[in-house]
Design a protein around this ligand. Structure first.
Ligand code: PHE
Ligand code: NA
Length: 442
């Protein structure tokens, strides 16, 4: 196999690996999707269902990706070749393709967050919802969007080009603590706002009625969100775990990553809704522009909203960056491992290709939505599903063995894990895939 004699990179520290995985997990999914989902789909009742899915689906699935990565010490394509071979290698390819497509438009959205950080510093948020919408439409596509998409991509290229220890690990050691500190700080600020208590009850009062009436759409949505928010189904966790040089407790690492991801998502709701309620902005419309329209309008209305907004969007940009580098690393690791290409060359070449692929999304919001729907609801679920079937049904012994390295004898927890993947994870993904395909062709 190409490149097998070159010593492979590894994380310098355990914290480095965990921070990188947390950095990947915490992203637009937490900040932009999650709070609005909770607010709309039943408050605390939805939150409980979501937590159930995280524990029942997200956690076991994350461990599957971890063990595949650590066992093979390879990129997703190489990993699938090594553990299964034959047609299964194509599953690795699905991962690479998913990461590639998602990153192309993720970078466009991330570009908006940079633009909106600058907009705050220019005191440019517009309090009128209609005007804020107009401003978003203007900034979200066209030259502005292309410029910031390019800028964001350039930063991703530089970080990934520096490699695991000196690039990604160093970057996340700064970024992830910053995200955590700022998020908590903003939640404390939001607590002091006049609309806070009304906002908390909107966000957190359990409405079982909503769940009872709409469970058919809520359950798949919660499951899909559980997968997306934990960066599963794209080979990210395979790739990151492939740089683990040593044995350690992967179940513990996974639980830490999930804890942080969930905490940040939850806390973001404690920030967003008090701001919206205080400014008198309706939180009920979580369209593509939710944070860029409603929240930006609220910042336009609040005292000192410009600087609070700039800090908020700046933090979102950082969160998006630490997710984007993980997606880029999936593709780069493939080219480096399997094709023996120099990392810097790979990062640059792939970055340019991603920039080009993102142009349609930067040009037209409708195209961005199509890319998102296709990648997120079909490709991601398909890749994840096939991997889960493969590992839980035909490689269960290898998987349990690998997980026990660094933990010790798993006892009955081993089979419990495998069965959680075999039935709940697989069934949920099949349902999500069917619904995703129906949705796409609608
Ligand atoms: N987990 C990220 C989020 O919540 C999204 C993501 C998915 C990032 C897959 C990288 C890979 O926004
Ligand atoms: Na997330």
């Amino acid at each position: 196999m190409a490149g097998i004699d070159i010593p492979r990179e590894t994380w310098a520290t355990r914290t480095g690996f965990i921070l990188a995985a947390v950095g990947s997990a915490v992203g637009l999914g937490n900040i932009w999707r999650f709070p609005f989902q909770v607010g709309q789909e039943g408050g605390a009742a939805f939150l409980l269902i979501y937590l159930l899915f995280i524990a029942l689906i997200g956690f076991p699935a994350m461990l599957v990706e971890f063990v595949v990565g650590r066992h093979t010490e390879r990129n997703p394509v190489g990993a699938l070749k090594a553990i299964a071979g034959g047609a299964w290698s194509y599953v690795g390819w699905i991962f690479i393709a998913t990461g590639f497509v998602i990153l192309s438009y993720y970078s466009v959205v991330a570009g908006w967050t940079i633009r909106y950080t600058i907009l705050g510093l220019q005191d440019g948020y517009l309090a009128d919802a209609g005007e804020a919408e107009g401003q978003f439409v203007e900034l979200a596509s066209g030259l502005d969007a292309i410029f910031f998409h390019a800028l964001f991509m350039a930063v991703v290229i530089v970080i990934v080009a520096f490699g695991i220890q000196r690039g990604i690990e160093l970057a996340v050691k700064v970024m992830v603590p910053a995200i955590i500190v700022i998020t908590v700080g903003m939640a404390i600020y939001a607590f002091t706002l006049e609309g806070a208590s009304e906002a908390y009850s909107y966000y957190l009062s359990p409405e079982w009625g909503v769940i009872a009436a709409e469970w058919q759409s809520i359950f798949p949505a919660a499951a899909g969100q559980a997968f997306f928010t934990l960066s599963l189904g794209m080979g990210v966790m395979i790739t990151y775990a492939s740089y683990l040089g040593e044995d350690r407790n992967l179940a513990e690492d996974g639980a830490i990553v999930i804890g942080f991801d969930t905490a940040i998502a939850f806390i973001t709701g404690l920030i967003v809704f008090p701001i919206l309620f205080t400014a008198g902005v309706d939180p009920a419309d979580p369209g593509a522009g939710a944070i860029f329209v409603s929240l930006a309008a609220a910042f336009g209305d609040l005292a000192l909203g410009w600087i609070i907004g700039a800090i908020f969007f700046g933090t979102v940009a950082i969160a998006a960056l630490s997710s984007a580098i993980s997606l880029m690393e999936v593709v780069v690791s493939y080219v480096v491992d399997e094709r023996n290409v120099d990392r810097k060359v790979a990062a640059f070449g792939i970055g340019i290709a991603l920039f080009l692929l993102g142009l349609p999304s930067a040009y037209d919001l409708v195209l961005l939505d199509l890319f998102d729907l296709f990648a997120d609801q079909i490709l991601l679920v398909l890749g994840g599903l096939l991997l889960m079937i493969l590992v839980s049904w035909s490689l269960s012994e290898l998987a349990v063995d690998e997980l026990s390295r660094g933990i010790g004898d798993l006892g009955s927890l081993g089979p419990a894990w495998i069965w959680a993947v075999r039935i709940p994870v697989v069934v949920v993904l099949i349902v999500a895939l069917v619904l995703g395909i129906l949705d796409y062709y609608e």
